[in-house]
Design a protein around this ligand. Structure first.
Ligand SMILES: Cc1cc2nc3c(=O)[nH]c(=O)nc-3n(C[C@H](O)[C@H](O)[C@H](O)COP(=O)(O)O)c2cc1C
Length: 475
């Protein structure tokens, strides 16, 4: 049985009333401009563009994909109305258990509807938008898979790295230092070989989500996606490189990256909300084969001032991953984790705990801000008591305003793991660091039982009132 694909998810999204169709917008500034407006309010529908002027009718662009919890739920097989808390718990379990299934090779798939080889390859057939006004060109790869093979072990890695169209048969890929794709590419170049690579655009969002987050080195994202689907991902091998790509993808191309073959890349408006990374020479992919389904859909997950489509879905994942890493570090009493969407789901973490011992809150803050899932580009880690809902900004600010003991509740840690994309990182070419703040906004441990009583109804009184007065109460 064929796997669910992007179009199946899109049908579910439309049935749930979360798809907007727009015809006739041009890709130089209108598609990007419309997406930017849609992204500014989380929960707005996904947008599917068709009849793009000067492109074949039916060649579509989809964006604003994972900016609502229901759309993320549908991608992961949860019910559309599952709560944010349920979604965090789903990721917590997924990260702890790490289910996976081997991929299944097939000989044919919808991706093979159109196959262009050699001189016939033409990326310009696809209506690739310039997503923001100051971008350096059209980016075909944002919600993409960049697939490479470890020349030693045969491990297949899939990472989401931005891909810019540089000509009809050439693109660039920007892989930050340490990313698996960059490590694999270097292995080929150190052997004096060209690096085979396949870029896939338009897959079921569950596969894209895994490619954009930190699946451990040596583990295959395509196999991990099989763990979500409960069935193997069907792949076909690209004709030149033999790299496996999902057989029901919308668009894929393959080629080689030569050592020292670079082209000026970027800039692209980034997930931090700035153009901090600028424009630099990046590896060029010389494309030999391009395939696409009939009426292909280019999918974008566009970075911008957060909340944005690049990072919103990562919030629930990061909560589940940080939570499971705190537990793995042996820390008890965690009752909630929230990676605030306005911090790009990275810069701001709030952890709720049931305080069990003196120093507990400090320990949680230190570990959360530096465990693997929490460390990169963190700036604020706030620890609150378990009566505070970490997803409720007003509650968190209230706790910070009324429970912080400034004599020992604020720690500033310098030299943390950062990125050139962080506009406040310290300069240094391959060693980007930042400072971060850990705030203990819990009641002082010694006074927690004698702390002033909270002027809000108890849960028990709430329940009695709601049972009797439901029809008179705000919904
Ligand atoms: C929409 C989106 C775009 C991304 N763009 C880039 C990028 O251009 N370069 C990069 O190094 N990482 C980018 N990332 C982050 C990586 O995808 C992420 O760190 C992932 O873990 C990389 O895969 P790897 O762990 O196999 O290296 C992006 C993530 C998302 C969700």
């Amino acid at each position: 049985m064929a796997n669910k694909d992007l179009r199946d998810w899109l049908a579910d999204v439309e049935a749930n009333g979360e798809l907007k169709r727009i015809n006739g917008a041009e890709p130089q500034e209108e598609i990007g401009g419309i997406v930017d407006l849609y992204m500014r309010k989380m929960g707005n529908p996904a947008v599917l563009f068709d009849e793009v002027p000067n492109y074949t009718k039916g060649f579509r662009v989809l964006a604003n994909i994972l900016t609502s919890t229901p759309r993320i739920n549908l991608a992961l097989g949860l019910s559309a109305n599952a709560s944010e808390h349920e979604l965090v718990q789903w990721w917590r379990t997924y990260m702890r258990e790490g289910p996976s299934r081997p991929t299944k090779r097939v000989e044919r798939g919808p991706l093979m509807d159109n196959i262009l080889e050699g001189a016939a390859v033409d990326l310009n057939l696809i209506p690739t938008p310039i997503w923001h006004e100051h971008d350096g060109g059209p980016f075909i790869g944002t919600a993409c898979l960049v697939i490479m093979k470890d020349p030693d072990s045969g491990w297949i890695n899939s990472g989401t790295y931005r891909v810019q169209v540089q000509g009809s048969n050439v693109a660039t890929v920007m892989m930050s230092p340490g990313k698996h794709g960059r490590l694999l590419m270097n292995k080929y170049h150190e052997r004096g070989e060209k690096c085979p690579v396949a870029v896939v655009v338009g897959v079921h969002p569950a596969i894209f989500m895994l490619s954009g987050l930190e699946i451990p080195y040596g583990k295959s994202e395509l196999e991990a996606a099989g763990g979500i689907f409960g069935e193997s991902v069907e792949v076909l091998n690209m004709p030149k490189t033999g790299l496996p790509v999902p057989a029901n993808a919308e668009i894929a191309f393959e080629g080689y990256i030569g050592a020292n073959d670079v082209l000026q890349e970027g800039p692209l408006g980034e997930w931090t909300g700035y153009y901090a990374g600028g424009s630099r020479p990046e590896p060029a992919i010389r494309i030999e084969t391009m395939m696409y389904r009939n009426d292909p859909i280019l999918v974008g997950a566009i970075p911008a001032v957060p909340p944005n489509d690049n990072t919103f879905y990562l919030g629930a994942y990061r909560c589940g991953a940080v939570w499971s890493q705190l537990e793995a570090a042996g820390i008890p009493g965690i009752t909630g984790v929230w990676a605030h969407e306005a911090g790009g789901s990275r810069f701001w973490l709030t952890i709720a705990i049931k305080q069990l011992y003196g120093g507990h809150a400090k320990q949680v803050g230190m570990v959360a801000s530096h465990c693997h899932a929490g460390a990169y580009c963190n700036r604020w880690t706030i620890v609150v008591d378990d009566d505070i809902d970490p997803t409720n900004t007003a509650d968190v600010i209230w706790a910070m305003s009324t429970r912080l003991d400034t004599r020992e509740g604020i720690d500033i840690i310098e030299g943390g793991w950062s990125s050139a994309l962080d506009p406040m990182c310290y300069d240094g070419d391959d060693d980007r660091r930042n400072g971060r703040v850990i705030v203990n906004a819990c009641k002082p441990f010694k006074r927690k039982d004698s702390f002033p009583v909270v002027a809000r109804s108890s849960k028990a009184l709430d329940a009695r009132i709601i049972a009797k007065w439901k029809s008179d109460l705000p919904s």
